[in-house]
Design a protein around this ligand. Structure first.
Ligand code: ZN
Length: 256
């Protein structure tokens, strides 16, 4: 690559990575090559690559998961568009939309998952055992992060790029400083494990109805809004929904 100045190298690197994503050369859900490899391919320094990756992550196209690598999350700059769009909506409305996405992803994952997807989901569920923060919140000085691998893999298994892109954008929005401290996780580690196991079981059996109801049950208490230190009640359910969720639990108990 015949580039000389630092800013030219930065621009060329950004364009290179962006092109890989938009052309589908690196599909959504895929892990991109590691930093030294990219630096070698493009012919620039590792810090230039790191900067370009960070820039694409900030607009929702890439996501870096510590210890796991960097993944393609969207072939379009979702969060920029979504953030502008979402600015007029309340946190309640945004969280409810996230709930809808999770439920739809669980359904699609039950229908479209491959054996590899199932294996990856099982691995993620096992890795996240004992973690009661789901999607994971990092409190204190660090920013909060929605980085439960289990949830992310569900979207990969759903094989719907639009769902995955919207999910990345919504998570980006929920992570933003204005919402910090307004969201809480009210489920225990045991509840998380039980919920994930139930969703996983439905996906394993390709039972999309159980997948929907077990995910609905899960997202009602995995992330909720805290207002004036009071945890708000999750969305009310209809008696039919309550009955269906109880059925899923009973079926699970009878299989155990
Ligand atoms: Zn979860």
């Amino acid at each position: 690559m015949a580039v000389t100045t630092g800013s030219e190298r930065a621009r060329a690197t950004l364009a290179y990575l962006r092109r890989k994503i938009t052309t589908g050369d690196w599909p959504v859900g895929e892990r991109i090559p590691i930093e030294p490899e990219l630096a070698e391919q493009i012919g620039v320094g590792r810090s230039t690559v790191r900067e370009a990756v960070r820039s694409l992550a900030s607009i929702g196209m890439l996501e870096t998961l510590p210890g796991r690598g960097t993944f393609v999350r969207s072939s379009t700059p979702t969060s920029t568009l979504l953030n502008e769009f979402l600015v007029d909506f309340t946190l309640e409305e945004i969280l409810s939309y996230r709930r809808a996405l999770e439920i739809e992803a669980a359904q699609q994952a039950a229908l479209h998952r491959s054996d590899d997807d199932l294996e990856a989901l099982e691995q993620a569920a096992a890795d996240e055992l004992g973690c009661n923060r789901c999607p994971v919140f990092t409190r204190g000085a660090e920013s909060s992060a929605f980085d439960s691998r289990f949830h992310q893999l569900l979207f990969d298994a759903a094989k719907n790029r639009l769902l995955a892109a919207l999910y990345a954008g919504i998570n980006e929005q929920l992570r933003s400083p204005e919402h910090r401290g307004r969201l809480a996780n009210v489920a225990t580690a045991t509840e998380m494990e039980r919920d994930h196991a139930r969703v996983l079981d439905a996906i394993r059996r390709r039972d999309f109805i159980d997948a929907v109801h077990s995910m609905a049950d899960h997202v009602d208490h995995d992330v909720v809004i805290v207002s004036e230190n009071q945890v708000k009640q999750p969305l009310p359910r209809t008696p039919e929904q309550e009955e269906r969720i109880a059925q899923v639990r009973d079926n699970e108990a009878s299989r155990a």
